[in-house]
Design a protein. Sequence first.
Length: 151
Amino acid sequence: MMMNTRQEAWGSFGTDAIGETAEEVCKNGGLDFTAELQTLYDVRGTALTYKHKGVFRTDTQECLGVVGKTYNVAQHITVAQLAHRLTQTKLLNWGKVGSINNGAKAWFNLELPDEIVINGKETIQTHLTLMNSHDGSSGIRVILGLSLIHI
């Protein structure tokens, strides 16, 4: 009998979360930068609008997104610290950490330590993913997901 093994999206994107603290996980995952709101200017140096701001990485000055005037920046480290507090319950383990667009969007994937077996043959891994964005596309999100490990 041939066993087909696959891992679904919840556990396959990003890199292994390495570290004992949120700060270490962020540093090892390339998310150890801060973002801040800045006024946007045209090529003449004139402020473009009071209705929008740019979200910029403070380390590279790269613009990660343009947001409305009521947007507040939630740092990735803040989300990682929440994830770290969840791992301290011993009910969840660090899984993966990742980002796209140079940190405009980031996620921290946590795994429940026990797998669920359905019908004695289908193994399911449960994940909790915390997401954050600096491009204005979303606030902090928490997503519960399932991954089929064996078919």
